[in-house]
Design a protein around this ligand. Sequence first.
Ligand SMILES: O=P(O)(O)OC[C@H]1O[C@H](O[C@H]2O[C@H](CO)[C@@H](O)[C@H](O)[C@H]2O)[C@H](O)[C@@H](O)[C@@H]1O
Ligand SMILES: O=c1ccn([C@@H]2O[C@H](COP(=O)(O)OP(=O)(O)O)[C@@H](O)[C@H]2O)c(=O)[nH]1
Length: 487
Amino acid sequence: MSLVVVSNRVARGKPNEPMTGGLAAALLPVVEYSGAIWVGSSGRVRDGHQKEPFAEVEALGTGALATLDLPAAHYGGYYEGFANSALWPALHSRSDLIRVSQGDYRSYREVNAFMARALLRFRKNKTAFWVQDYHFLALGAELRELSVDDPVGFFLHTPWPVPAVMQGVPNHRELIEAMLAYDLIGFQTEEDRQNFLGYISQDLGLTAEDGIVVSRHGRTQCQVFPIGIDAEKFAQYAAKSISHPDVSRLRKSLNGEKLAIGVDRLDYSKGLVNRVSAFDRLWTEQPNLARSISLLQIANPSRGGIEAYGNLQNEVARLVTDVNGRHGEVDWTPIRYLNKGFSQAVLAGLYRTAQVGVVTPLHDGMNLVAKEYVAAQNPADPGVLVLSKFAGAANELDTALLVNPHDIDGMARAISIAVSMPLTERRMRWEAMMKKLRGHTIQQWSADFVATLEACRGERAAVAPLAAQPPQALRWLRSAISGARLI
Ligand SMILES: O=P(O)(O)OC[C@H]1O[C@H](O[C@H]2O[C@H](CO)[C@@H](O)[C@H](O)[C@H]2O)[C@H](O)[C@@H](O)[C@@H]1O
Ligand SMILES: O=c1ccn([C@@H]2O[C@H](COP(=O)(O)OP(=O)(O)O)[C@@H](O)[C@H]2O)c(=O)[nH]1
């Protein structure tokens, strides 16, 4: 079996470069170790009608990376338009931020159709296609139009909201009906899966039995696959990176003061304004904590061409300036605010330096930073994770200090509790989280999804049984897709 993984964003595996988002960070080791071929956008566009889509193919570990120049006439409407100004806000329950035109929807569908044509080149005798995320909701249907009858699966990295929110997306019915051309649809949490099935029932009049929806396309299995991380890799990075100049300079600058860390793309879903307000509240209500805990906030700019993101960047910068102006001293800066990215090896050292990890999104599919923070801690003296209950990660990391990101006082209180938590309690909470991270790795996640997808082969007319978890997940994945080397 050969596996073709498809996403808009890809990663190149350069160890010193920051990752752009969790999807690319998660898929990189999957492709490197499994021998799959990963197809995505090159980030460049190409004019005119491309008879044969242009792809550059390079090796990526034991797998390969194929990047495509997307059609110039449709790229903006697809990426900044429909994907990130209609679907992204809706998926994160921000209907107020939906800005979209019919032209954007047409471009989105054109790019999905273009990608389907491009994928034919990577199809072999026995191929399975694994499509990632909201950029390609209709890609399965486009592949079926081209007579592809291989298993085609889809994984959604974001949340799926309640039906009323999806109803605010133009063309929602046509688009979500097209999703049922997938054999398997994966979600981060049970709540996301239930919301999706709720929409299918309310808007499409289809019922699901044991997560199987039968539509005109055949059968679609809807299942939860929470994404994991390589916890051991982060632990090793963290132990090693202490000597990295960025990490040792940070440590030296702290002078015994405690540190909280936030690491996010500059995105309205991440709750940055509320987080900074919570620190403002903390230092106002408990002035004794000024100079004893500061915040390092890494906020990597994202999707800068979209108005809502530009506005957010200005708002957060203004707020940080206000808070620093209010609480700062000649020799103390309450918030160190950085608009740039770091490699994961350096991030691990920064996570380990901080006694508190603050991950407080308003909504988040999973949030890998929460898991990475835990994995990077020193087992003998672990830090405390303050985690939004609206991050997918809260389902597993339930011994973190769970907070409501809309409750500024509650967050300030949780940060204060985290700062003074005794070692025994910190260790108990951390060990419970670490056990979950070790028990569910990124390799396990991909092996589970691919095994379940492969079980759908030839089963479009009959319900495929849920695949048992493979005992040697990674070995299985490698051997199952060993035929994937296409170049
Ligand atoms: O590709 P961009 O437009 O620059 O955005 C970056 C990625 O953001 C989102 O990441 C999600 O995937 C993570 C891993 O599953 C998950 O932890 C997080 O909660 C999600 O927000 C987006 O879904 C990706 O498609 C983007 O590439
Ligand atoms: O400076 C940075 C900031 C983030 N990341 C990585 O980007 C990913 C962010 O994923 P997450 O799921 O937290 O959020 P997303 O950005 O995908 O919404 C994580 O793997 C981080 O390690 C990175 O490599 N460098």
